[in-house]
Design a protein around this ligand. Structure first.
Ligand code: AN0
Length: 294
């Protein structure tokens, strides 16, 4: 695998998950694989879990890791081609990515959407250009539209905790005060659609995700109806895809609570974090016995 940007880059998903589960039990099994190899982790946006987990994974493989918050520590990047750079941008992405590629054997990039221009975001301009110019194997650490490492981890978690062959998994929208990317939700829907789960997506009207990620998922506007008999409840906010990047309402009544979980089949609760406590999920759910979040 030379590129990990979506579930489409995985040839055998079952084998991929099983290998990850084996590695979790024996994390130093391949300590020699990364010897004298360098991983570059480049962040255009904040990160806690993706950054630490990827750095630790690389260390377990014996790799060197270089991490850069390029939005703060690097030069302001120009993304557009053939522009006269007499404004605020200092360095073109083609030069920055090319240099990073010369020092690294593998590069990871985090690049959130601007949430202003749907076409530009869904075209993954930054990701595509970075991959093209760095010329080394590439890992997405969350792009404008997808977060494959998150969904891979989520699938592993579901595999570790499922009690039936085909569990019911519900992806439920939650309120938030800031417009967030659709990436985690798109990606979760995409990965779940490639596995043997019964996926339901629930959200208020206007928060429909791009259908291309949703496969055969059932989409319901009635959260209570969606939660019935759920084995896993995945809570996540996202901004509107249709009315692009907008918050359409305060989402009152959509916060996940213990009362709502009574509708489920003793569901396990998931959230990718960071979470706004008391807004997306109640404290009692987050700190309760059915939370798989930590
Ligand atoms: C980001 C998002 O929703 O994409 C990162 C999640 C891993 N979340 C926030 O910005 C709160």
């Amino acid at each position: 695998m030379k590129q990990f940007t979506s579930v489409k880059d995985v040839t055998d998903l079952r084998a991929f998950v099983n290998e990850a589960i084996r590695l979790k039990a024996d994390p130093f099994a391949f300590q020699q694989v990364g010897k004298n190899k360098t991983l570059g982790l480049i962040f255009l946006n904040p990160s806690l879990r993706t950054r630490l987990s990827t750095q630790k994974a690389a260390a377990n493989l014996g790799m060197n890791v270089m991490t850069m918050n390029i939005d703060k520590e690097g030069w302001a990047l120009e993304i557009k081609d053939d522009v006269l750079m007499n404004g605020t941008t200092v360095e073109h992405i083609k030069d920055a990515a090319a240099v990073i590629g010369t020092y690294c054997n593998i590069v990871g990039l985090r690049s959130f959407p601007g949430l202003k221009n749907k076409t530009a975001d869904y075209d993954e301009e930054i990701l595509r250009k970075f991959i093209h110019y760095c010329k080394v194997p590439f890992i997405s650490l969350e792009s404008a539209t997808l977060h494959p490492l998150q969904s891979f981890a989520d699938l592993i978690t579901i595999e570790e905790h499922r009690k039936s062959k085909k569990p019911k998994v519900v992806l439920t929208w939650a309120p938030h005060i800031k417009p967030l990317p659709q990436a985690v939700a798109n990606s979760f829907a995409e990965w779940m659609s490639c596995t043997d789960v019964d996926l339901t997506i629930t959200h208020p009207i206007g928060y429909e995700l791009d259908r291309k990620y949703c496969g055969k998922a059932t989409v319901l506007y009635d959260q209570d109806e969606a939660l019935k008999k759920a084995d896993f409840v995945y809570v996540k906010n996202w901004s509107s895809y249709t009315d692009y990047g907008k918050i359409l309402s305060d989402g009152q009544g959509w916060m996940m609570t213990n009362k709502k979980l009574e509708l489920t089949n003793k569901a396990k609760v998931m959230h990718c974090l960071p979470v706004r406590r008391g807004l997306e999920l109640s404290y009692e759910v987050l700190d309760g016995p059915d939370s798989l979040i930590l």
